[in-house]
Design a protein around this ligand. Structure first.
Ligand SMILES: Cc1ncc(COP(=O)(O)O)c(C=O)c1O
Length: 370
């Protein structure tokens, strides 16, 4: 029915009720208790499915954080199962496998997913999923989803995308053949630094049933207030994406010319090893993040950022304010030093997430600190 003819509200309806009436003794209603299902959460889950603009039927399950969504997903595996991950992943994913899932007999392997031959060699009879970040955290390496889809087809192993760094309108992962997409909603979906959440979206009905069971049984579901915030944030996601993608590219170009910078990682730059692939895979922009390495003292750099600029020194990305993160001691602290250095996350390595300020203001702050 045409919504305009229904007197419906424009903002989402926030239902905080923890429990619901049962219409009769054997009614078994859909909404019973909000840990299992809640109308505002259903609205968010439906919205997340709609955002993927995919022809096949999709299902979404929202969790209390991105890592909560990942944990619920990986805990659908059985002892002995393995997952093949792209070489560089978010530090929390690394920690989840190395400090938690291994206790349940669930293990991971790493491979360069752009190298089909090398990746195929890492597949074992126990490998149940291939797990990929299309734009890796924090180095912004581009994993080619066409190649991952080919690997998946060749081996018969479904692939799952952690699409936190490149949500729609950047990438529609189901169009590449993904079985499931995982999001930290905390970043681009919320966009206002006021909510933490996560979700798994899947076309696999059995997987969806298991995730619904995890929601009720593990209980790490998303609160109605947070669902409301994400529903509101999603409305401005394409606008924010366009703006921050432009700002980030301008700042990256400026950084790449600065004498105290040894490396700038932004796939929009010609110098990035995956520039051509990025142009194909991200036609609608690359988002707010730029990573770079400085040649000067990182402590002095951070002190000036904190004391003399409006750039916020802190964790996370995709806030209205520009954020400077130090992966070695923040997002990727859990990765052992030797592995971290091998990934290029050196002591001079920083990750910047541009906010809504003008590029000139951000550049002004960086200029001072560099
Ligand atoms: C790529 C990626 N996946 C998952 C997560 C975890 O999300 P959350 O912080 O919402 O638990 C993060 C957090 O930074 C991330 O960057």
């Amino acid at each position: 029915m045409n919504k305009a003819r229904t007197n419906a509200p424009l903002a989402p309806i926030l239902v905080r009720s923890k429990n619901f009436h049962w219409p009769g003794i054997d009614a078994d209603p859909h909404y019973k208790y909000s840990r299992g299902s809640n109308p505002t959460r259903t609205e968010l889950e439906n919205k997340l499915v709609a955002l993927e603009k995919h022809g096949e039927v999709l299902h979404a399950a929202a969790f209390a954080s991105g890592l909560g969504a990942e944990a619920a997903f990986f805990l659908t595996l059985m002892p002995g199962d393995r997952v093949l991950l792209c070489n560089e992943t978010y530090g929390g994913t690394y920690r989840l496998f190395h400090s938690f899932l291994h206790r349940f007999g669930i293990h991971c392997d790493f491979a360069d997913l752009n190298d089909l031959e090398a990746a195929t060699k890492k597949i074992t009879p126990q490998t149940k999923y291939i797990f990929v970040e299309p734009l890796s955290n924090p180095s912004l390496l581009v994993n080619d989803l066409d190649k991952v889809a080919l690997l998946s087809k060749k081996t018969g192993i479904p692939f799952v995308v952690d699409n936190t760094f490149c949500p729609p309108p950047a990438i529609y992962a189901f169009d590449y053949g993904a079985t499931a997409v995982i999001y930290s909603l905390t970043k681009y979906f919320g966009g206002h630094a006021d909510a933490v959440g996560g979700a798994v979206i899947t076309k696999d009905v059995t997987l969806n049933e298991k995730l619904r069971f995890q929601q009720s049984t593990l209980g790490a579901t998303l609160s109605p207030d947070e669902c409301y915030r994400f529903l509101q944030g999603i409305k401005t996601l394409p606008l924010r994406w366009e703006r921050i993608s432009k700002t980030a590219l301008t700042v990256a170009e400026w950084l790449s010319k600065h004498p105290n910078i040894s490396k700038v990682l932004h796939p929009g730059l010609l110098s990035h090893p995956h520039h051509e692939l990025a142009k194909r895979q991200f036609p609608n922009g690359i988002g707010s993040v730029i990573s770079f390495e400085i040649t000067t003292d990182p402590r002095k750099f951070v002190d000036t950022i904190i004391d003399e600029t409006d750039i916020v020194f802190g964790e996370s990305l995709a806030s209205p304010e520009t954020l400077l993160c130090y992966p070695a001691l923040m997002s990727h602290k859990s990765i052992p030093e030797a592995e971290r250095l091998a990934l290029g996350i050196t002591d001079g390595f920083f990750r910047l997430s541009v906010g809504f300020e003008n590029a000139e203001e951000i550049i002004g702050g960086l200029k001072k600190a560099l």
